[in-house]
Design a protein around this ligand. Structure first.
Ligand code: BTN
Length: 324
């Protein structure tokens, strides 16, 4: 857990320049030894710092920190009206918006650090301060859960469009909602609902994107991963967040009127495993194989197995390219 003062220091160091212990101490109104202690905590949280004897500290891999004003400015240029909130540190942006249900609509919450970020299937979500994007968008729907079954897939389409607009091209989707590039995971989507089965409902769309992952963080993640920096070069996280949020808002407005049908063809075009042989692991440990036909009108995965059609809904199922 990084204290708020550590974030104040990191924002100051985000320019990548050398800052003396004295200046930093003045910034937070504390002693130099407190500065040193806070920056040690930042290093433990995964940030790479250079300490130059007698001269001060420099943030290696410096990156602009999340900045509400910059996000609002970029969003303004793109159109959709959203309430924007940026937190330094929070348990999970999804959990926080769900705690505030049902009072939310068009609410974007981004965090520099999640202390208990959650992924699909009960997994933890690993992210790094300054190198990841972790945020959630809360949206109120009049419709209930049945209508929203394809929403996480439509969200994937919106995010890939935004990544492309920011120069991160060639990203594909892997059912149900992984963002992948050349077989490596770039990000993921966790959609959670609160409300009546028949509506209205609050949808929380949680998104995690690896923007620039240091090697140490990659080693902590138990699957092949990639980041935007590797795919398309340096990318400004505030700009990327505004693009993704704007595309998500446009998608949600359209989904309200037209449902998943409006996104299905594009989703299939962008599916990394389309028409490929896959293994589907079921919650009981058994594995079913077949060839991907596509997704149906509800976003369920459809396989062909010896001429028979098999249908899988999201949840505890996982899919991978067949080994044979
Ligand atoms: C996955 O691929 O398993 C989904 C990952 C979703 C992670 C994001 S980060 C922001 C939001 N808050 C969370 O706790 N999880 C989602």
């Amino acid at each position: 857990m990084l204290p708020p003062l550590a974030f104040t220091l990191l924002r100051r160091l985000a320019d990548g320049e050398l800052h003396s212990g004295e200046t930093l101490a003045a910034t937070i109104g504390m002693t130099r030894s407190r500065v040193s202690q806070l920056l040690r905590q930042a290093e433990t949280a995964g940030l790479a710092l250079e300490r130059v004897r007698g001269r001060g500290y420099r943030l290696l891999d410096a990156t602009p920190f999340l900045d509400r004003a910059a996000i609002v400015r970029e969003l303004g240029a793109r159109g959709p009206k959203l309430i924007v909130e940026v937190a330094d540190s929070i348990d999970s942006t999804n959990s926080e918006l769900l705690r505030r249900a049902p009072r939310l609509h068009r609410h974007l919450l981004a965090a520099e650090l999640q202390t208990a970020g959650r992924g699909r299937r009960g997994r933890a979500w690993t992210a790094v301060v300054g190198g990841s994007l972790t945020f959630s968008l809360g949206w109120r729907f009049e419709q209930g859960a049945g209508y929203l079954s394809g929403l996480s897939l439509a969200a994937g389409v919106a995010i890939v469009r935004a990544l492309e607009a920011c120069g991160c091209t060639g990203v594909q989707l892997k059912w149900p909602n992984d963002l992948v590039h050349a077989g490596r995971k770039l990000g993921g989507i966790l959609i959670e609902l609160s409300g009546d089965a028949l509506g209205p409902s609050l949808v929380v769309i949680g998104v995690g994107i690896n923007v620039r992952l240091p090697d140490a963080a990659r080693r902590d993640i138990a699957q092949p991963v990639t980041d935007c920096a590797t795919i398309g070069g340096a990318i400004d996280r505030n700009r990327l967040l505004a693009h993704v949020a704007a595309e998500l808002a446009l998608m949600l407005e359209r989904y309200e009127r037209e449902g998943f049908a409006a996104f299905r063809a594009e989703w299939q075009r962008r599916h990394a495993l389309q028409r490929l042989p896959v293994d589907v692991s079921l919650p009981d440990g058994s594995v079913v194989n077949g060839k991907v036909v596509g997704v149906d009108a509800d976003g369920a995965l459809v396989l062909d197995r010896d001429g028979r059609r098999l249908r899988f809904v999201t949840g505890e199922v996982s899919v991978r390219k067949a080994k044979r």
